[in-house]
Write a protein that binds this ligand. Structure first.
Ligand SMILES: [Zn+2]
Length: 338
């Protein structure tokens, strides 16, 4: 059993049972009740007298701390039965209702949960939103189930901010897991004339907002019109009517007034023109980021044709291309442009 390569800090707590007595098939997300860094969060669980721990801490700045190895049971959810089968995650949050977390922490949480599912052989993350149904459910192969602390103790944890996002977390992670299967389906070139070349933007991408309506939620009916500007993608909800949450930024990347809400995909432009490549090797690794030092998150074994939606230079100035599916990045020197 491995730990997440996304962890940026490790400080193992003595508060644990080693090893856990059940295979991992649950994830429990908690609010830390404090905007801590990953390091500070791990330090809090060091004293034996604390009698508490978690597997991971996600800091306010998106840093990830490993506090208890995944092979071990953390003391986190007030339930041994749950913690023996769950990977537990404490996320830095505000200290009062709704215990909001930062955009960076939320983005890191999605990455971490996706990574935990993938390394533990899971392809679907489920959220039932119901204690009895969840605890009575036997996960099928490939299924990971979300549970919450408030079901096991008289607590608000994980707080309304994270609790109300559990179904979004489940659908986004399942989508990411599906889009990074070992043998992705070859992609067809875009032939639509909608003006939206099917881009798959991600949190953190800087895009050109073309001007138009922004909405208060991803499925809101009425929005207000704002002017065009450069903007940063701060949340993605791919199944929403308005799938991207944007915030206007200046050339230095600082937030400025302008678009601040959910927008339609066709209001986002991109100067980059997507193009097709044919894979020229029998097995081509898909990596999370450009560069051979980035974790492998899939591979292409069909010498198929794929759409590249962004380019970047990795270490050694090797050119990398971002797959349209959102599965990750591939080395372009092992492909041929067609
Ligand atoms: Zn909790």
């Amino acid at each position: 059993m491995s730990n997440s390569p996304l962890a940026t800090y490790t400080l193992i707590s003595p508060n644990k049972n080693s090893p856990r007595n059940h295979a991992i098939d649950r994830i429990s997300i908690h609010c830390f009740v404090g905007q801590v860094s990953a390091k500070r969060g791990c330090e809090v669980f060091q004293p034996v007298g604390k009698q508490a721990s978690c597997n991971y801490v996600v800091g306010f700045d998106g840093g990830i701390g490993l506090c208890v190895d995944e092979k071990d049971r953390s003391w986190c959810t007030s339930s041994g039965a749950n913690d023996h089968r769950a990977v537990t995650i404490e996320v830095a949050s505000d200290t009062q209702h709704p215990y909001a977390v930062t955009e960076k922490a939320y983005a890191a949480l999605l990455d971490l949960v996706t990574d935990i599912c993938r390394r533990n052989g899971k392809t679907r993350l489920l959220w039932f939103g119901d204690k009895d149904k969840t605890l009575a459910y036997t996960p099928k192969a490939g299924e990971m189930v979300l549970t919450v602390h408030r079901w096991f103790a008289n607590k608000a944890c994980p707080g309304e901010y994270l609790y109300s996002r559990h179904s979004q977390i489940a659908s986004e992670v399942t989508k990411r897991l599906g889009s990074t299967s070992i043998s992705p389906e070859p992609e067809k070139p875009d032939t639509g004339d909608s003006g939206a070349p099917g881009q798959a933007f991600e949190v953190g991408d800087i895009v050109d907002f073309l001007g138009g309506k922004h909405y208060s939620s991803a499925n809101a009916a009425a929005g207000t019109t704002v002017k065009a500007s450069k903007a940063k993608v701060t949340q993605v909800y791919r199944t929403g009517k308005h799938p991207y949450h944007l915030r206007a930024v200046n050339d230095a990347g600082a937030y400025v007034s302008g678009v601040y809400g959910w927008v339609d995909a066709d209001t986002i432009g991109s100067e980059f023109k997507p193009y097709l490549v044919k894979v020229t090797t029998d097995e081509l690794n898909i990596r999370k980021e450009p560069g051979t030092d980035s974790p492998v998150c899939g591979s292409i074994k069909d010498r198929g044709v794929y759409t590249i939606v962004a380019e970047d230079l990795g270490p050694g100035s090797k050119k990398w291309g971002k797959l349209k599916s959102g599965a990750g990045w591939i080395a372009l020197d092992l492909t041929k442009k067609i």
